[in-house]
Design a protein around this ligand. Structure first.
Ligand code: NAP
Length: 290
């Protein structure tokens, strides 16, 4: 059975729209999200456009900041400091990756933690590790929400996460081992010998490797729940764009073995945007003391 990220995210977006309208009614201004894009990487442009469109549809005001690819780091940091002090802005998002001459970690650290709706700031990640309330990065938060809203129990289950990045693997593993989720978690990476030996033990398998075909049917326990986080462009001459999007999981093969699976596109991707909206509304409510 497919876990439909479009349907679940639509419900979350409707809740965010109601909360944004309530915020506007109570405070007189809408929640605001600043979206910073440096350069014109086509994938980044399409992500940023989708995020801004989602804000508009939800009643969140978006502040678009477009900077050239050769912008000095000092200018970017100055813009972030300005937005940190702007009371109309409740969330600041810097679209990654940044051009090579810019130190990503310094840029993330410049964002005020109370406006870190992407959840990448060390303060947010530290609080997540401690189990404290914080902005949880949007993809991991979306995965947890997706499991919850599809009625997939995590407590007492063995979750295997493939990938240990700071934006997906590590935070999702940490969320799942919190008492609230109460899963037993195994994290795999390129140093894991015989990946299939681990993935076959998973009741819930979360794959965030960034490589198509990382998980095939023989690597999945019958009846497992499979969450495919990967978004990979593969050449496809039949498409106008010349490519199509696939996940990290061999969908057709694995769907025949798994009890539930997320598609790509239409799975985790839309959840990520929904959680960004949710974090922005949360930040606005906190700033207003609601
Ligand atoms: P990343 O930073 O490249 O990290 C990939 C992780 O997977 C690394 O920890 C790497 O191990 C591990 N890995 C790669 N190949 C592996 C293999 N064959 N076996 C075991 N482990 C392997 O990627 P990311 O930022 O986490 O993103 C992962 C994927 O999710 C990408 O396709 C990305 O586009 C997608 N993504 C989607 C969304 C969404 O909204 N749907 C959001 C974020 C990311 P090492 O640490 O040992 O190198």
């Amino acid at each position: 059975m497919i876990i439909d990220g479009l349907e679940i995210s639509a419900a979350i977006r409707a809740e965010c729209a109601a909360a944004a309208a309530a915020h506007l009614a109570a405070v007189g201004t809408p929640p605001g999200l600043a979206v910073i894009l440096v350069g014109e990487n086509p994938a980044s442009v399409s992500y940023v456009t989708a995020k801004e469109r989602a804000c508009k549809e939800t009643g969140i005001r978006s502040f678009a900041l477009r900077l050239p690819a050769d912008v000095p780091q000092s200018r970017l940091l100055a813009e972030i400091r300005r937005l940190n002090g702007d009371r109309a802005v409740h969330g600041i998002l810097v679209q990654l990756p940044l051009p090579k001459h810019i130190d990503e970690s310094e840029v993330i650290r410049a964002i005020a933690p109370e406006k870190d709706v992407d959840g990448f700031h060390p303060v947010s990640l530290g609080k997540l590790l401690l189990g404290e309330d914080t902005f949880v990065s949007c993809t991991p938060a979306g995965i947890l929400e997706m499991l919850k809203r599809s009625g997939v129990e995590t407590a007492g289950r063995h979750v295997v996460v493939v990938g240990r990045s700071n934006i997906v693997g590590k935070p999702v593993a940490n969320l799942l081992l919190q008492k609230r989720a109460n899963a037993t978690v195994t994290v795999c990476h390129t140093g894991t010998p015989d990946l299939g030996r681990f993935t076959r033990q998973a009741d819930i398998l979360v794959v965030a490797a960034g490589r198509p075909g990382t998980v095939t049917a023989d690597m999945v326990k019958p009846g497992a729940v499979v969450i495919d986080v990967g978004v990979n462009r593969v050449p496809d001459a039949s498409k106008k764009s010349g490519f199509r999007l696939v996940g990290d999981v061999d969908f057709d093969g694995v769907a025949a073995v798994a009890s539930r699976i997320t598609p790509v596109p239409g799975g985790v991707g839309p959840m990520t945007i929904a959680m960004l909206l949710s974090n922005t509304v949360k930040s606005a409510r906190q700033a207003a003391g609601l």
